[in-house]
Ligand binder design. Structure first.
Ligand code: SF4
Ligand code: SF4
Length: 436
């Protein structure tokens, strides 16, 4: 079975939602849409307080080489463009607040069209203006990944349907419920890249999705591939290694080894952007965890407060220990359920107190973190260097290659918060680089 070196196999915990069809969350009364919810420069506001907007109206235009457009996710009135803390980073930045008029009137530009004669340049521009970003979590602008420089020829497109994070099932449900639409999006991307080798990669804990996607892709020539269930199988470098046995060099990108990786949800968003000129203003996300009464997969408007999702799932069933945007391995803990859903929010996980209380002990030099690291790093050594303030030495030991997957911390019997320290050190090094 296809796989990669290292990694871990945490309890999957997907049973609460994997068989539940996607439900549509009722429209929120108010949405909070940060203009920075993607990798790259924030979009620049093109509306002001008091302006009327429709669902899908452009509210922020891309501002830079790597950026993404932002759109209203409900129709109504712009209540404010406020400087608010970002839900994940805490850094202040412009957020567009829209009061819904309850009608969900779509922007006039959203309509079905024939994109079959679009040139590649027109497709890239359509994706740039539609605000499509990677929906697997990283939220990298999709148009940019699909227009690699000429000196980086691409021969393989990998479609990531692994969803290797425990608890999350949004991609799984999309593959079961909208396989033909996903395949249409994959066809657009493969045409754009000019590649014939297209693999749809799915872990073997989702046999129904492997079957559905194989049959939907049968006439297109794309192949659905079954991969061993192992975390972080869905990380780009591990996926490339497992599927085509190529190694992305240290500090490199998938395009350096002829590959582009896109998530199944992104393929669907690409299809909607081209076929309907529909920008990315909603997504499917999993609301789950031991402290949620009725876990669900939900189709949600971007900017909806997380508390709306929790209420729709029956509320909390226990005292909340941790609220996480994303999965338990790579997700980011937030301090309140007032934060909005972002384009990259693949899940909302609520853990109870019992799951989050643990004590950190001294390292016993067992080496389990080294065995678990899928990037071949020595997490225990990196941690020692960081604790002694030797950041330059940590950099020399390839700290920057750490993909923050959390395998080392998961494997550590001393419960050392390794990833926390690595993130801190990386941000310190980045700050030092900016000053130079
Ligand atoms: S060091 Fe980084 S890449 Fe390696 S297991 Fe830990 S978090 Fe993952
Ligand atoms: S797994 Fe934890 S205890 Fe074992 S060597 Fe690594 S840091 Fe030390």
């Amino acid at each position: 079975m296809l796989t990669f070196r290292g990694g871990v196999h945490p309890r999957e915990s997907k049973e609460a939602t994997e068989h539940k069809p996607v439900e549509v969350l009722p429209l929120p009364a108010r949405v909070f849409i940060p203009l920075s919810q993607h990798t790259g420069a924030p979009s620049s506001p093109v509306i002001k307080k008091g302006d009327p907007v429709k669902t899908g109206t452009l509210i922020g235009e891309p501002a830079g080489r790597i950026s993404a457009a932002t759109h209203a996710s409900v129709s109504g009135t712009v209540a404010d463009v406020a400087d608010l803390p970002h839900p994940l980073t805490g850094r202040r930045g412009p957020t567009v607040i829209v009061d819904s008029d309850g009608t969900d009137t779509p922007d006039g530009a959203i309509k079905e069209r024939d994109y079959s004669r679009f040139t590649n340049e027109q497709i890239v521009e359509a994706l740039r203006l539609s605000g499509v970003v990677g929906l697997g979590g990283a939220a990298f602008p999709t148009y940019f990944k699909l227009a690699p420089p000429k000196e980086k020829p691409i021969d393989t497109l990998l479609i990531n349907g692994c969803e290797c994070e425990p608890f999350l099932t949004a991609d799984h449900r999309l593959m079961l419920e909208q396989p033909a639409e996903i395949v249409e999006g994959v066809a657009i991307m493969s045409r754009l890249l000019g590649v014939k080798n297209v693999l749809i990669a799915i872990e073997d804990n989702k046999p129904d999705a492997v079957k559905t996607m194989s049959s939907a892709a049968a006439s297109s020539g794309f192949k659905a591939r079954k991969l061993k269930t192992r975390y972080p199988q869905g990380a780009e470098k591990q996926l490339i290694k497992a599927c085509v046995r190529r190694e992305v060099p240290s500090g490199g990108l998938p395009m350096d080894v002829g590959c582009v990786v896109q998530n199944v949800g992104t393929a669907l968003a690409v299809r909607d952007a081209l076929r309907f000129n529909r920008p990315l203003y909603e997504r499917v996300t999993t609301v789950t965890g031991p402290a949620v009464k009725e876990p669900k997969n939900l189709r949600v408007r971007v900017g909806t407060p997380v508390k709306n999702l929790i209420e729709f799932c029956g509320g909390y069933s226990a005292e909340v220990g941790k609220l996480i945007m994303g999965g338990p391995m790579m997700g980011i803990a937030v301090s309140t359920d007032e934060v909005p859903v972002l384009k990259g929010t693949s899940g909302v996980l609520v853990l109870d107190r019992a799951a989050t209380v643990f004590k950190e002990h001294d390292c016993i030099r067992c080496g389990r973190c080294i065995e678990a690291c899928p990037m071949g790093l020595a997490p225990q050594c990196l941690n020692n260097l960081i604790r002694r303030g030797k950041l330059e030495q940590a950099r020399a030991e390839h700290l920057k290659d750490c993909i923050e997957c959390g395998c080392c911390a998961y494997a550590c019997p001393a419960k050392i918060r390794l990833v926390h320290h690595f993130k801190y050190a990386k941000s310190e090094l980045a700050a030092m680089e900016r000053k130079q």
